[in-house]
Design a protein around this ligand. Structure first.
Ligand code: ADP
Ligand code: MG
Length: 255
């Protein structure tokens, strides 16, 4: 390709906002010339790299928006450590049909059993499948709701939450909230009913959720909606972290 033509082509591609094509133009043109590819094949390759770059950028921004506290996935979860948990059922959820169906999901159990690990894994799977995800701990979510209310930006914040296909609320039950905070959280949860998915992790069994939502009536209404179509996983047992550190200690002693 003549240099002037190539530079002009690059300028046009830039103007058309096709940066991956600009970047790959020279290498792919060279490759096409060397292998006697026709123009249509070259154009096909160039559009493929642009599409791949867009998909990758979109995934990165979905992961960033989700704001996961850690990076975790199913491949690093040791299912043998939690035999009561059905691996096929979880991997089925990773296919995200439940999000399409606006269903919910819940992990309940003692600390260190991998509730956050699995919530992040499911959230990441949803990002990969193109869904919008937001991750909060219950305490952060209530804090942000209260702050938005004080600053008269509550509607805007609720609107942003509403755009998420999946809202993850981690660690419900570690802290209790003010009456106002609990009411705001109740509003967020009930707004999603049959409209979009909610994933909650908690150390409290459903019978104890009244401690968080203060008041039998609010708790009953919430549980009625949340559990209506909900995948519930009970994760009780010894803390994985604790077990690993005991193993390491034993290893050091005998080693
Ligand atoms: P929880 O949210 O239930 O308190 P976490 O998900 O934070 O527990 O798990 C604590 C730590 O132990 C994390 O680093 C997590 O990756 C790890 N972990 C927990 N369970 C398992 C498991 N079955 N396999 C591998 N790692 C696990
Ligand atoms: Mg956790």
């Amino acid at each position: 390709m003549i240099d002037a033509v190539r530079e002009l082509l690059k300028a046009h591609l830039k103007q058309l906002r096709l940066p991956a094509m600009v970047q790959e133009l020279e290498a792919l043109s060279r490759e096409a010339a060397a292998t006697d590819q026709d123009y249509e094949h070259l154009l096909l390759r160039l559009t493929e790299v642009e599409l791949a770059a867009r998909a990758s950028n979109a995934l990165q921004s979905r992961i960033k928006l989700a704001d996961f506290p850690v990076s975790k996935d199913f491949d690093t979860y040791d299912f043998t450590a939690m035999p009561s948990l059905s691996k096929p059922r979880l991997l089925e959820l990773a296919r995200c049909e439940w999000i399409d169906n606006k269903n919910n999901c819940c992990f309940i159990g003692s600390p260190g059993t991998g509730k956050t690990h699995l919530a992040v894994s499911l959230g990441s799977a949803a990002c990969r499948s193109g869904y919008r995800v937001r991750f909060f701990t219950a305490a952060t979510l209530v804090g942000q709701l209260e702050k938005a209310q004080k600053q008269y930006t509550l509607d805007r914040f609720l609107g942003q939450l509403d755009k998420a296909d999946l809202l993850i609320c981690d660690e419900l039950g570690y802290l209790s909230f003010s009456r106002g905070g609990a009411e705001l959280l109740f509003q967020v949860f009930s707004d999603r009913y049959e409209r979009s998915s909610l994933l909650i992790t908690s150390n409290l069994s459903f019978g104890d959720w009244g401690q968080v939502f203060q008041g039998e009536r609010m708790t009953a209404a919430l549980l009625d909606r949340f559990t209506h179509r909900c995948e519930i996983f009970e994760m009780n047992g010894e803390s994985y972290r604790f077990r690993e550190s005991m193993k390491a200690k034993k290893g050091r002693k005998s080693g």
